[in-house]
Design a protein around this ligand. Structure first.
Ligand SMILES: Nc1ncnc2c1ncn2[C@@H]1O[C@H](COP(=O)(O)OP(=O)(O)OP(=O)(O)O)[C@@H](O)[C@H]1O
Ligand SMILES: [Mg+2]
Length: 302
């Protein structure tokens, strides 16, 4: 569950707020496109969720966690509960596809045995079994984005956030990437995607939220189409003067916890090469992190 209640964010140098009194509720397992002109506030809204930025006013509750109570030292821990995908992939150039995914799992505190089991499954999910031992510079843009998605979903986040994941891809590859995000959503992950790609949005017919000048001007709950302006058929969650009570927040958080966990994808048979190169999953420098996840009600699945 993603809940923003009257969130405003003003960057110091800007004349207008990047987010202007935004209220928004996204249920578990929803697939949502966030659209709007350049500068509308899409990335800023995602940064509120990842806690890269904090709101000036308003409340944000993500997966039952009130972000007001996530202390600075717990932010990396909190972020590991989310899957985040970027336009420019952000892969580790000196590591293979397999190692890029394995490294993310190691950072998250997963045992080597679990990593060896998980990485082939996730690479199969994103259609990259054949590319496991390639380096990022040997991949196409679409393949690189698949690695980035594999890395994000390997930890089985409940929420996947993608900021213009198709921005650097040709239209056909972009469609394939969105189809993959849809598949991940079908396994039970809430997906929130920003895009400027009207075709991608119109083909999927999912919920579409339009931002304009930091405000939600349209929220098409079902069968949404790409639009940059307001419309009359959307549901406006901005109720002036209404602040969510603690009870309402708790109830929404509870709804999220009670969401049924769908089945994980079947694991493909491990390949001989996998075992052979197992050791390469260990990076030269290990990062020590606590294994216990923050406020986790139970392991979720993709
Ligand atoms: N770090 C920052 N410092 C100052 N202003 C910022 C910062 N980040 C964003 N802004 C401003 O906030 C507003 C919203 O920016 P944001 O990046 O959220 O837009 P966007 O909808 O993601 O645009 P695009 O489609 O171009 O990615 C813009 O006016 C932008 O200039
Ligand atoms: Mg942006």
């Amino acid at each position: 569950m993603i809940l923003l209640d009257h969130v405003t964010k003003q960057y110091p140098v800007d004349a207008h707020p990047a987010l202007d009194n935004i209220s928004l509720h996204i249920s578990p397992n929803e697939f949502v496109f966030l659209v709007g002109e350049s500068g509308a506030g899409k990335s800023t809204l995602l940064k509120m969720i990842t806690k890269e930025e904090s709101p000036d006013t308003g409340k944000i509750v993500i997966g039952g966690i009130d972000l007001d109570y996530v202390k600075k030292r717990h932010i990396p821990h909190y972020r590991r509960r989310l899957g985040v995908v970027f336009q420019d992939f952000k892969l580790l150039p000196m590591r293979t596809v397999y190692e890029n995914v394995a490294f993310a799992l190691e950072i998250a505190g997963m045992s080597n045995r679990e990593i060896e089991r998980t990485v082939p499954t996730v690479l199969n999910l994103v259609g990259l079994d054949e590319e496991a031992y390639k380096f990022p510079n040997e991949l196409s843009g679409g393949q690189a984005q698949r690695v980035s998605i594999a890395r994000s979903v390997a930890r089985q986040p409940k929420i996947l956030i993608a900021d213009e994941p198709t921005g650097n891809l040709d239209p056909h590859t972009g469609q394939e990437i969105v189809d993959l995000l849809k598949k991940i959503n079908d396994y039970g992950t809430t997906v929130l995607v920003t895009t400027h790609d009207a075709e991608v949005v119109n083909r999927l017919k999912k919920r579409v939220i339009t931002l304009k000048d930091g405000k939600i001007v349209s929220d098409q709950k079902e069968r949404g189409i790409y639009r940059l302006d307001s419309n009359n058929d959307g549901i406006n969650l901005q109720r002036p003067g209404h602040k969510l009570t603690k009870e309402e927040i708790a109830r929404l958080a509870q709804m999220h916890k009670a969401a049924p966990a769908p089945a994980a994808p079947a694991a493909p048979a491990p390949k001989a090469r996998t075992t052979k190169t197992t050791k390469s999953t260990k990076p030269a420098t290990r990062t020590t992190v606590k294994k216990k996840p923050l406020n986790t009600p139970g392991r979720s699945v993709i």
